[in-house]
Design a protein around this ligand. Structure first.
Ligand SMILES: [Zn+2]
Length: 317
């Protein structure tokens, strides 16, 4: 083997080696470019999302939204139903996640005094407080008073059917109270108030603007055959009371002030006080034995927000 051959072979070998190196280098460079592009794309994809998470977390932590929550007994946020159409006091940047939706209900509570679903309790006076319905009529039912009692038309028809149905089942019911105006409620309240003061009056008489009777959707019924138990817990134990408890919902009425629910409604058990809410809602409320506050997922309303009643004859609004 000559030196020239060796050199020739060596040079070829060296050339091949160089070519392989160049090939490997080109492949590596291509791979590096691909990896770099992939990394850039990944950063471009992740960064805006990461930023979104960070800003969402910080807005939730500082807006106070998650602190006060919206539970049914939430005192922090205030108990009143927000005015429909009123501007939101706080803007929420993200829609509230509601993974556990409240059960589907036949109705929602309303602030509209003309709605049959208006919620009236110690936390939710009528608005305006001197509201008066425009479709009051006298139901064609037996009444226990000299004066003619009134209800809103829809409630009046429903009560007529209820009392007629009861009669067909041998239960004689009469209406003893219906619509009560702001002025009438004010008079009853103020008379008692001047004698015994706020605390004792609040125990027995609703403040003007806070009575369900002012909606024209509430009726008190009594048992004609049980005159000793006109309006008392014992009404629930009369056959008429039992009939009402079983059938009121078929006619769109609920027993508004349930036994043992004083801490929610603010009222003792009133098995005679019927509130018209329409049949669908009444059936659902009765099936679950709920107060309207519970059914509509509203806070308990045992206490008035305002310490002293407003006894201004003109109302507050
Ligand atoms: Zn009543």
């Amino acid at each position: 083997m000559s030196r020239g051959e060796l050199t020739e072979a060596g040079r070829r070998h060296w050339q091949q080696k160089q070519e392989r190196r160049a090939k490997i280098y080109r492949r590596r460079r291509a791979l590096a470019v691909v990896v770099l592009i992939a990394v850039l794309l990944l950063i471009g994809y992740l960064f805006p999302r990461a930023w979104g998470w960070v800003s969402q977390l910080s807005s939730e932590a500082f807006s106070g939204e998650t602190l006060s929550g919206e539970g049914p007994l939430d005192e922090v946020r205030g108990n009143q139903i927000p005015e429909s159409g009123a501007p939101e006091p706080e803007t929420t940047p993200e829609p509230e996640p509601t993974p556990e939706e409240a059960p589907d209900r036949a109705s929602d509570p309303s602030r509209d005094p003309d709605s049959i679903h208006v919620l009236v309790n110690r936390q939710n006076p009528l608005q305006p407080e001197d509201y008066a319905p425009e479709d009051l009529v006298a139901p064609e039912v037996r009444m226990s008073t000299q004066s003619q009692l009134l209800l809103r038309e829809e409630a009046a028809e429903a009560l007529e059917e209820l009392i007629q149905d009861a009669g067909e089942d041998g239960q004689v019911l009469a209406m003893t109270s219906g619509y009560r105006s702001y002025a009438a409620q004010l008079e009853v309240y103020a008379n008692r108030h001047s004698a015994v003061g706020t605390e004792e009056t609040d125990e027995l008489v609703a403040r003007p603007g806070y009575s369900e009777h002012q909606t024209g959707l509430a009726a008190d019924v009594i048992s004609i055959d049980n005159p000793n138990c006109i309006q008392g817990h014992c009404f629930a134990d009369t056959p008429e009371g039992a009939w009402v408890a079983e059938h009121a919902a078929d006619h769109g009425f609920v027993i508004r002030y349930l036994d043992g629910a004083e801490e929610i409604t603010g009222y003792q058990f009133e098995p005679w006080h019927l509130r018209y809410v329409g049949e669908e809602t009444a059936q659902e409320v009765a099936a679950e034995d709920l107060t309207l506050e519970e059914y509509w997922d509203r806070p308990a309303a045992a206490e008035y927000d305002v310490e002293e009643p407003d006894l201004d004859p003109a109302g507050t609004s």
